[in-house]
Ligand binder design. Structure first.
Ligand SMILES: [Zn+2]
Length: 74
């Protein structure tokens, strides 16, 4: 089991990784950047995953969390 510091690092890494993947789904004008029709189910699940980790980070007593980073809304 991870302690809080370990989990915070893990959560930040997950958010960073999710952002990299999400960048391939961001241009959603007529179809998603990945080629899927809208709404893109993969982008939606990524946003949920990202929010989950942001929320977990916000619960930790870590002053330098990335929880305040802008949250992508779809
Ligand atoms: Zn997509």
């Amino acid at each position: 089991m991870l302690d809080e510091v370990g989990f915070a690092a893990y959560a930040r890494e997950q958010i960073r990784a999710t952002d990299v993947i999400l960048a391939k789904h961001l241009d959603q004008t007529t179809v998603c950047s990945c080629g899927r029709t809208l709404p893109c189910s993969q982008a939606q699940s990524l946003v949920r995953r990202r929010l989950h980790f942001v929320d977990q980070l916000a619960r930790l007593d870590a002053p330098s969390t990335v929880g305040r980073a802008s949250v992508v809304t779809m």
